[in-house]
Design a protein around this ligand. Structure first.
Ligand SMILES: Cc1cc2nc3c(=O)[nH]c(=O)nc-3n(C[C@H](O)[C@H](O)[C@H](O)COP(=O)(O)O)c2cc1C
Length: 410
């Protein structure tokens, strides 16, 4: 295994275990050596034979197997991995990890390892939302465990949908490669340790009356992924989020807001910071005079025109701050035409250091989708990135930020 990255994959007993077969394939395609441990539960869903055929080696299942223990042993399994991935991670295995249990091979190895651990939870939405699971996730995040997903969508059980699906194998691979490359980078993979970051995400909603509002189609997927990627690099991250249907990223302090003015106040309260990434789709305008009571239809056919006034510009306000401007200020430009020209103008007008420009025209699939095509625009020029997942965009941005801040210090 010399020279290549070594992943130890723990497969626990969820229905998403069949997806771990693809995960093994995708990791091996990228030259990563994979060893697998399966819990008893996992073996009810996929066979060690199938997993072993894909890893190209034996699959470890039993803590008390004399042959396994003499041959490799649980301590060696724990030690000989650059990264441990738990995918799928059941509610049960996360509870055991949080409690420090070690009553089978998987949990004993997870307790014995000193390598980074990446967990991809997969379960029924009610199990994920249960306070016990959420408590365990928060505890594990505090212990330094990294998470990817779960994501919203259809469950394998028919008729069930919600938050609890395992992240797609390719997204797990991206997160894994990010972690595997990190230790060889300056700062031991936590290049932003000791740095503070504030990230905005999602839409803002602007009240028309107590029950109606103006909003936009932002899902928050990109901003949330950026907050998670910066936290994975060791930054202390405050995420200021408008209303979204996705969970708070673990290991990040989240402030929930609704309007642009609330978002600005929360961002200012989070300063000083070294890094600010303004990824939220902030409403440009708001109703001038939101009605105190619900506006009624009077049957006359006449509709009062809605008067709009401009919202504060959060990026420009932060860019102009004389004392509190972060060392690196990154904005997003969502455009439907003249992408690069408009983004360059925005860079100047807002006093930002970088603008990530993305095409959100109809048919681009960016708003709400999982992929993004962006160009990074700075004083140095335009760097066009290929289309990739939002998780991948976040990892690349965190990498560029870490590089830029390291250069500033040196
Ligand atoms: C058909 C079936 C599907 C299951 N799917 C999941 C699941 O997706 N996620 C989960 O957390 N538990 C799921 N469970 C429950 C776990 O298999 C059970 O908690 C088991 O004890 C987990 O053991 P392990 O964590 O040691 O692998 C499922 C159970 C059955 C019977």
């Amino acid at each position: 295994m010399s020279g290549e990255h070594r992943v130890l994959l723990v497969i626990s007993g969820g229905i998403a275990a069949y997806k771990s077969l693809e995960l093994v394939r995708r990791l091996r395609e990228r030259g990563v050596a994979v060893r697998a441990i399966m819990t008893r539960g996992a073996q009810a869903f996929v066979t060690p034979l199938a997993v072993g055929a894909l890893t190209g080696g034996r699959v470890f299942t039993d803590l008390f197997d004399r042959e396994d223990e003499q041959d490799v042993g649980h301590i060696r399994l724990a030690r000989e991995a650059d990264l441990v991935i738990v995918a799928p991670a059941t509610a049960d295995i996360m509870a055991k990890m949080a409690g420090g249990h070690a009553d089978d091979l998987a949990t004993a190895v997870l307790l014995a390892t000193r390598s980074p651990v990446l967990v991809a939870p997969a379960m029924n939405p009610a199990m994920w939302a249960h306070p016990a699971t959420q408590r365990n996730v928060a505890m594990l995040a505090e212990d330094g465990v990294h998470f990817i997903g779960p994501v919203p969508g259809e469950m394998a059980e028919t008729g069930e949908a919600g938050l609890g699906r395992m992240a797609e194998p390719l997204d797990i691979v991206v997160a894994a490669l990010h972690r595997l490359d990190a230790p060889s980078l300056p700062g031991g993979g936590r290049r932003l340790a000791g740095r503070r970051a504030v990230v905005t995400s999602g839409p803002t909603v602007e009240a028309v009356d107590p029950v109606r509002y103006l909003a936009n189609r932002s899902s928050g997927k990109q901003g949330h992924a950026i907050a998670a990627a910066l936290a994975a690099e060791g930054a202390a991250v405050t995420l200021v989020s408008g209303p979204v249907g996705i969970p708070d990223p673990p290991g990040v302090a989240v402030v929930h807001v609704e309007s642009a003015r609330e978002m600005l106040a929360a961002v200012e309260a989070a300063l000083p910071a070294d890094i600010a990434v303004m990824a939220a789709a902030v409403a440009d305008w708001r109703p001038a005079k939101p009605a105190r009571g619900k506006i009624k239809k009077d049957g006359s056919g006449k509709v009062e025109p809605l008067q709009l006034i401009e919202n504060p510009d959060i990026l420009a306000t932060i860019g102009r701050h004389r004392t509190l401007r972060p060392a690196l200020l990154v904005g997003f430009a969502a455009e439907t035409s003249d992408l690069i020209r408009n983004a360059r103008a925005k860079l100047k007008a807002k006093g930002a250091d970088w603008i990530l420009a993305n095409d959100v025209s109809e048919g681009s699939g960016v708003m709400g989708g999982d992929d993004n095509t962006v160009s990074l625009i700075s004083a140095a020029g335009v760097d066009a990135w290929p289309t990739m997942t939002k998780v991948e965009v976040a990892a690349r941005l965190a990498d560029r930020i870490a590089e830029a801040l390291t250069e500033v210090v040196e």
